[in-house]
Design a protein around this ligand. Structure first.
Ligand code: HEC
Length: 221
């Protein structure tokens, strides 16, 4: 026999033997097979609720340290108070620009789905929910809302304000900022419209009456 044939028959024999061992050690295919050196596969550990002598309170599950920040969570250091709303107005900036059409488009979508029902399509506070008896919100195109800083509106959307609930659980931070972008657009439109109306009113107003002609002598004016 050639050495190659000897090697091949040896390997075949080893393979068949390993199959036989495999089957004879644990023939149940529903369970993992025999593990020869399992120490590295299963390291020793404490189960979540098992007692644990390594911690002073003897438990495995430990409370997180104060101030700990979960992965992927961005903390926001503002309390739901009017003072913190003003502080947010001073400190926070809208990360989106009105020049970004995708942000504005997304803002319009968010506004239509989450704000319009109360604030109305134009933001004046005549949404269907308000018309059905929910306390009508202040107009978003009024002077007060125009003067609110973006960060303050962000605080309003995050923590709510008066009768308006918080939208933090429904809207991501970015979507809250984009909705604000859209509200700014509404305000701009409303301002432009008001200016146009004022101009039209001025143009249509009758010219100032000419000076009253002096009454003929002897007559009462
Ligand atoms: C359930 C109805 C409702 C929804 C939905 C709603 N709001 Fe409001 N919103 C209100 C009410 C009511 C107020 C007035 C709160 C108060 O009493 O100060 C208000 C106030 C505001 C104010 C402050 C106005 C001011 O002059 O103080 C802003 C800004 C605002 N909302 C923006 C939004 C935006 C943006 C959305 C969508 C993400 C939204 N709101 C969704 C009801 C709603």
């Amino acid at each position: 026999m050639k050495p190659r044939a000897i090697l091949n028959s040896f390997l075949l024999l080893a393979f068949v033997l390993s199959l036989v061992f495999d089957w004879s050690l644990r023939p149940d295919p529903a369970r993992p097979n025999f593990e020869y050196f399992p120490n590295m596969a299963h390291s020793t550990r404490y189960a979540a609720f098992s007692p644990n002598p390594n911690f002073p309170d003897g438990k495995t599950l430990q409370r997180p340290e104060p101030g700990i920040i979960p992965r992927g969570f961005l903390p926001l250091h503002y309390q739901p108070t009017p003072q913190d709303a003003l502080r947010a107005g001073e400190e926070l900036q809208n990360p989106f620009s009105p020049a970004d059409p995708r942000a504005v488009e997304r803002g319009a979508f968010v506004f239509t789905n989450f704000c319009m029902e109360c604030h109305g399509a134009g933001g004046v506070g005549n949404g269907p929910v308000a018309l059905k008896g929910f306390p009508a919100p202040a107009s978003l195109v009024a002077e007060r809302a125009i003067k609110m800083k973006d960060g303050q509106i962000f605080h309003t959307l995050t923590h709510g304000q008066g009768n308006m609930p918080s939208y933090a659980s429904q809207l991501s931070r970015n979507d809250r900022w984009r909705a604000i972008l859209y509200v700014r657009g509404l305000q701009k439109q409303a301002l432009e419209q008001a200016q146009k109306q004022a101009q039209a009113a001025r143009a249509a107003a009758p010219a100032a009456p000419a000076a009253t002609p002096p009454a003929p002598a002897g007559e009462r004016p």
